[in-house]
Design a protein. Structure first.
Length: 265
């Protein structure tokens, strides 16, 4: 029988490939058996009592931490229960409103949290629920100025500039609340922000002997709202720690006068 050169090449070449493949597979099996067998046996061994003890302690620590966060979140909410208003018709009159600041834009677009706070403050003014406004925000850098923008937007909504006072050192909610009384003389006033933020701010105000209430600006739902709400749980934990440690604002300074409009009786 005649075997052509191409057939001969095929038989010898393929035969060598199969042989090499068989050698490789046998080598891999031996490697897994001798080199990895000890590691596999270690995994099959049950955990020692000492390791189980530490894993249990770690698990309990994590569970305790999560339960503490949830408990503090409910605690802050309970402290402000009945003091957060969602309807302007039910809201009592206060001399002034403290509007808590945030970034005006996010990702190049208007920040809805910011916009809804401005809208809520303007509504309070138009309905005669307040006679003065203090806008409190972060101005820790020359290129970042929350309260000046807040005042400008409120003026655009028809509120006279002389009745809007700027707090440039509202670096945090605690700073804004304490400075509201220490610097601007507010003690019985309305805090304007989203419901979750109002609850924390009213809690902080109450812990410092103030009689503040909250007026809820429109909230945001969806993924963004869930993300902010989860972050608020940590913020409330920090707020409780700030009270326990008697933390003070980063900056106080001299007192400033707030101008009030005359109420029409």
């Amino acid at each position: 029988m005649y075997i052509g050169p191409y057939a001969l090449f095929y038989v010898t070449h393929v035969g060598r490939q199969k042989k090499n493949w068989s050698i490789k597979m046998n080598f891999q099996r031996c490697f897994n058996h001798y080199m990895c067998g000890s590691e596999i046996e270690k995994l099959k061994k049950p955990l020692s009592s000492k390791r189980r003890k530490w894993l249990l302690i770690l698990l309990l620590f994590i569970v305790f931490g999560l339960l503490s966060l949830i408990a503090l979140d409910f605690y802050v909410s309970s402290c402000s229960k009945g003091m957060i208003y969602h309807s302007i018709d039910d809201l009592p009159h206060k001399n002034a409103a403290l509007v808590l600041g945030c970034s005006r834009t996010t990702n190049g677009r208007i920040n809805l949290y910011y916009q809804y706070r401005i809208d809520a403050a303007a509504e309070l003014w138009e309905k005669g629920k307040i006679d003065a406004i203090v806008v409190s925000g972060d101005n820790s850098r020359k290129d970042y100025d929350e309260p000046t923008g807040m005042k400008a937007d409120l003026v655009q909504k028809g509120i006279p500039a002389e009745f809007i006072t700027i707090d440039y050192a509202g670096f945090s909610t605690l700073d804004s609340v304490i400075r509201a009384e220490k610097i601007f003389g507010l003690k019985d006033y309305t805090i304007v922000s989203q419901p979750f933020h109002c609850s924390r701010a009213v809690y902080l105000a109450g812990q410092h002997g103030q009689s503040a209430i909250g007026y809820s600006a429109r909230d945001i739902s969806g993924a963004s709202g869930i993300k902010i709400r989860l972050r608020e749980i940590l913020a409330r934990t920090k707020a409780v720690c700030d009270i326990l440690t008697s933390r003070s604002p980063e900056f106080l300074g001299r007192s400033e006068q707030v101008n009030y409009r005359e109420r029409i009786k």
